[in-house]
Design a binder for this molecule. Structure first.
Ligand code: MOS
Length: 724
């Protein structure tokens, strides 16, 4: 039986706080950890079906135009240029395959063909030497060189910000720029396709199997029922695997044509060309406040870019309308249509760069107004969502600010340039953290077996986030089993369709579906015990109700199966849902070289119920590390002549490595959100990113007085900002 739940109203029932097994929230190690560290967890490119051939994508060397002719590839089995091949990845949650046809070129580096050979080396050699004749076109590649579009749904305004600026005691009006960024997951995209008659199985690196299956079936022109996707282990996604990409489509087409399995794995350089980038942004922020620091005007005008016709717009200012109160507000998202690689979701799309820049602006305003930055934020927290007057589902920004200030020792902060240790300026900075909360439809099946074990099945993915573990914990808790008695099976479209991993919604969405499936099983056990489900205690394989105690082996005849189906409902609209927190950083800035060392960093986060304290904390540590990257090092440079990605490896595109990351502290505020489903858990995955970079940048200013508004804040820019 399937238990359906649409989240139409509040759930104040904290039953998970009082279950007997006591594993929810516990910092359990990852269930699949041993498989990963011993190399037994097979990733997409690690299967070796018999008789497999290897494909390598051929990429366009002009920024736009048409492919007229593709030459021969000596030593190759085939050169495939099928009109179903895709130019760029599908966006997350798309139901259709993206624009098809490799003969038209929209950006330099786009895939235009696939060369297949007996070995990877032979395919690569042929692909690199193939001669392609083009009819090139001249196209714009610089977002500030074209007149942008203003997508109507992306704008919002109230009152008159110009007037608020004229009448304010203190105003700020500055422009920031952030560069293109790459998801840069550890595992490059790869796929192995194998046909059996008219059915195909594709092992791939994907985040959201149920929508990926729709996209892939649409791209290939086959029915969904003929397609099985397998992604049991994924080496990070960060947005780049939300939608299907060129390698998996090409592998499926080639495998069919050659009548044998084909693997296509991208090189790291190809990932930079072919996976979505985060758009570069230009952000003008205007802030107006009275003498006491109360905001009266907020303007956030954003310019981003994407390919012509591509739907996605980096939602840079999506948290701006509800983070702080101000009577006069204006949010503008403009999109420049240019020919750089396709822009899409990358690690907290929107807030990652939007909150970071906004929180830098708040720091500047605090200084102008002579108010402590924490105070300025506390003074401007709205009681309800501005404009819509909707209540917040839960809201702990003020607590996160106060607790963070206390724990970090904020009272020890001095004025800019006042702390010098040897040749290092020392400073502290802070920022608010905010990220929208979402739920997605999700299904799961749970089977309780007579021997006191259980199996969880859903096509949910674990992209390194801990999904296996939290779903196992949930089933163990609800069914009264030790966690090592629960087997979790993920990443296979033969299992019930889940939310997938994206937008921070994976744990709550898929977790709720497992919870519901387990409630269904508990109901059946309660019936056998002759009690109400609420009066049933399940612990270590025993069922108790009143004075009656029975073992599961007595109660279960073979197996009991339950399915859970969660759908978002009215609370999506009735309440503004977001996660909140605060970021704190202490940095040292070298007075001669401009080098920045982050000395310590702390985040305080409220995300509803924490399902596993260790995996949750790890998500935050990763997010804060991304914040260091956004602030100091990450930049994908484009060639100004043709737009192509110049930084195409992890040496040129510097993600913070161990030496860049100091001791990071994470604290969770206890919270139960009643409006986000029975788990009362909000999405945490991306919150740690949102604003983290601002804490670092604000600390740089506090250390040495430099304000860098053109990110990342590399030493050259910091030196330029130092007093001579
Ligand atoms: Mo995320 S950028 O939705 O994987």
């Amino acid at each position: 039986m399937t238990r359906h739940l649409r989240v139409d109203g509040p759930n104040h029932d904290n039953r998970l706080d009082h279950m007997a097994q006591g594993v929810i929230g516990q910092p359990l190690n990852r269930l699949e950890g041993p498989l990963k560290v011993t190399g037994r967890a097979t990733y997409a490119a690690e299967a070796r079906p018999a008789n497999m051939a290897y494909g390598v994508l051929v990429q366009a060397s002009v920024p736009a135009g048409k492919v007229l002719e593709i030459g021969d590839a000596p030593g190759a089995l085939a050169v495939i240029q099928d009109k179903r091949m895709i130019r760029y990845a599908a966006q997350g949650l798309d139901e259709k395959g993206p624009t098809s046809g490799p003969d038209r070129i929209e950006y330099m580096g786009q895939s235009i063909a696939l060369v297949v050979a007996e070995t990877f080396e032979a395919a690569r050699h042929a692909a690199q030497n193939i001669v392609v004749r083009y009819k090139p076109e001249a196209v714009p590649v610089d977002p500030e060189s074209v007149t942008p579009e203003l997508p109507p749904k992306k704008q919002s305004a109230a009152g008159d910000v110009d007037k608020a600026m004229r009448e304010a005691a203190f105003t700020l009006d500055q422009v920031w720029r952030t560069p293109s960024q790459m998801s840069a997951a550890m595992e490059p995209h790869a796929a192995i396709a194998e046909w059996d008659g008219d059915s195909v199985t594709i092992r791939a690196a994907l985040q959201m199997l149920s929508s990926n299956r729709k996209q892939m079936a649409d791209a290939l022109g086959i029915r969904e029922s003929k397609l099985r996707l397998l992604s049991p282990y994924v080496g990070g996604g960060f947005g780049s695997k939300l939608g299907i990409n060129a390698e998996a489509v090409a592998a499926a087409i080639a495998a069919k044509e050659l009548g044998r399995p084909v693997m296509v794995a991208m090189t790291r350089q190809q990932v930079f060309d072919l996976a979505h980038r985060r758009s570069e942004t230009r952000q003008r922020i205007r802030l107006a406040c009275d003498a006491a620091g109360r905001l009266n005007g907020i303007g956030h005008e954003v310019l981003v870019s994407n390919l012509p016709g591509s739907e996605f717009t980096e939602p840079v200012a999506q948290a701006t309308p509800f983070t702080y109160q101000a009577a006069h507000r204006q949010v503008v998202h403009a999109v420049a249509r240019i020919h750089r690689g396709c822009a899409g979701s990358v690690r907290a799309p929107g807030e990652a760069v939007g909150v970071t820049v906004f929180e830098c602006a708040m720091d500047e305003l605090a200084e102008l107004a002579g108010i402590d930055p924490v105070e300025l934020r506390l003074k401007n927290i709205p009681d309800v969502e501005p404009t819509t007057e909707r209540p917040f589902s839960s809201h702990k920004l003020a607590e996160a600010l106060r607790e963070g200030a206390e724990r970090f020792g904020w009272s020890g902060r001095r004025a800019p340039g006042q702390r010098l240790e040897g040749e290092w300026f020392i400073g502290m900075g802070m920022a608010a953290a905010v990220r929208v909360n979402m739920l997605q439809e999700s299904r799961a099946k749970v089977t309780l077996v007579q021997d006191g074990t259980a199996i969880v099945e859903t096509d949910m993915t674990d992209i390194g986030t801990g999904t296996y573990t939290i779903l196992g914990q949930l089933a163990a808790e609800m069914l009264g089993l030790p966690t090592d008695r629960v087997e979790v099976r993920l990443g296979d479209t033969q299992f019930p369709p889940a939310s997938g991993s994206g937008g921070s919604f994976g744990a709550a969405s898929s977790g709720n579906s497992v919870f519901l499936a387990c409630e269904e099983i508990r109901q059946q056990i309660a019936k056998a015990m002759g009690c109400d489900e609420r009066d049933l205690t399940l612990q270590d394989g025993m069922a108790r109700a009143g004075n009656v105690a029975k073992s599961l082996s007595e109660l279960v005849d073979g197996t009991i199966t339950g399915e859970g189906h969660l759908q978002p409902g009215k609370t999506e609209k009735s309440h503004r849902q977001a996660t909140w927190g605060s970021h704190w950083a202490e940095v040292a800035v070298n007075r001669w070289t401009g080098e920045v060392r982050v000395r310590r960093m702390m985040g305080v986060f409220a995300c509803g119920r924490v399902l596993n304290e260790k995996t949750a904390r790890s998500q935050c540590l990763g997010g804060m590390t991304f914040g260091i990257g956004i602030a100091l090092t990450e930049a994908m440079e484009h060639d100004p002549r043709d737009g192509h990605a110049v930084s195409r490896d992890l040496a040129e595109y510097h993600i913070p490595s161990h030496a860049d990351v100091p001791s990071l502290d994470v604290h969770f505020l206890p919270e139960r959100d009643a409006y986000v489903g029975p788990l009362q858990a909000k999405g945490l995955g991306e919150l740690g990113i949102c604003g983290a970079g601002a804490a670092v940048l604000n600390a740089i200013h506090n250390a040495c007085g430099a304000r860098v508004r053109d990110l990342p804040a590399t030493p050259d820019k910091i030196i330029a900002g130092l007093e001579p």
